[in-house]
Write a protein that binds this ligand. Sequence first.
Ligand SMILES: NC(=O)C1=CN([C@@H]2O[C@H](COP(=O)(O)OP(=O)(O)OC[C@H]3O[C@@H](n4cnc5c(N)ncnc54)[C@H](OP(=O)(O)O)[C@@H]3O)[C@@H](O)[C@H]2O)C=CC1
Ligand SMILES: CC(C)CCC[C@@H](C)[C@H]1CC[C@H]2C3=C(CC[C@]12C)[C@@]1(C)CCC(=O)[C@@H](C)[C@@H]1CC3
Length: 345
Amino acid sequence: MEKIVVVTGANSGIGLALCHRLLSEDGQLRLCLACRNMKRAEAARAALLVTHSGARVDLLHLDVGSVQSVLSAAEELKARYHRVDFLYLNAGIMPNPTVDIRAFFKGLFSRNVINMFATAEGLLTQQDQLNSDGLQEVFATNLFGHFLLIRELEPLLCQPGHTSRLVWTSSSNARRSAFSIQDIQHRCGKEPYSSSKYASDMLSMALNKHKNEQGLFSSVVCPGLVMTNLTYGILPSFFWTLIMPFMWLIRIFTNTFTLTPYNGAEALHWLFLQKPESLDPRAKYHSLTSGLGTNYTEPRRMDLDDEMTEVFFSKLLELEREVRRNLSKKTADSEHYQQYLNEIQ
Ligand SMILES: NC(=O)C1=CN([C@@H]2O[C@H](COP(=O)(O)OP(=O)(O)OC[C@H]3O[C@@H](n4cnc5c(N)ncnc54)[C@H](OP(=O)(O)O)[C@@H]3O)[C@@H](O)[C@H]2O)C=CC1
Ligand SMILES: CC(C)CCC[C@@H](C)[C@H]1CC[C@H]2C3=C(CC[C@]12C)[C@@]1(C)CCC(=O)[C@@H](C)[C@@H]1CC3
């Protein structure tokens, strides 16, 4: 049976590398690249068809940071497909990052050095802003837009007698201490990325608890440190060029420096091949690359609190209701305004 696979943020980096790998794995695949920029999506599709001529690659406009776009994209998916086998929740942003250079050099000469390179703990802060839906942009893009998409696609993901899979591209930068249950959107802090990734870890576990019975299984992945547009946005490109030899050197000491998008997609590809019942809902699946360049996947237990996860899940459902209410009010207001304009003309 052909598998239908949807990948968000598929036009570059880890998402695009995953698409290449999945097409090499399964020639029958029907792949849907869900991207916010259709020009970049077209270019990605063209690149995939160069190496996989005849592959079935569809495009879908989806801006996960916009509620309206998510709802329209979900409608389109429901019109196109009768089920979705794999939904890769991969799109993500880290806007306006700042590296704490002092903390870096302090960490470099401490016992924590390997952990610092693997997780960037204490090194990175970001400046976030509100989007046009009134949500924090990082939360909306990395987490909430994906949550809404899953909710909208439940008819395609929870089909009787069939299992479907969700795979989140999370991060080892996800940290419980960066997340506050009183401030789930991270309006007040300076680590929205870390908070949103921790939120995706919790959401994955909550979805397993609530949806496994309906045949929907969720997993989280850390791709390691991969050189992509996201990482190139952290430091000026000349600086990356300068430190690149060190990055390859560090790889001898830590298996988390996967560095290439192909290597980073290892765990995402590996999960595609696993039976969902064999997976651990409390594990994060890490893409790792040894010093000799061998790729492998390793599950590591996540630091999750069951009670907080449930509270978070109910807060997300509440926020979903609020967002839907606001949207119908906005639509009604603009209809009234249009009617008023028609009347006075
Ligand atoms: N690189 C790394 O070291 C790590 C990355 N990750 C995660 O991997 C995922 C992929 O990132 P990576 O490949 O590194 O970086 P890229 O920037 O190459 O890829 C991110 C993708 O997400 C898309 N995207 C961003 N915002 C939106 C949006 N609002 N709607 C739809 N698509 C969007 C981008 O589209 P566009 O091209 O239009 O911007 C792009 O296709 C992210 O979730 C990231 O957090 C996790 C750990 C480490
Ligand atoms: C001399 C310089 C100040 C050196 C700075 C190095 C840092 C920029 C990197 C060290 C560890 C890296 C890292 C990430 C970004 C770049 C570093 C902070 C990530 C946060 C990228 C995105 C992720 O999700 C994480 C898994 C990465 C963890 C390591």
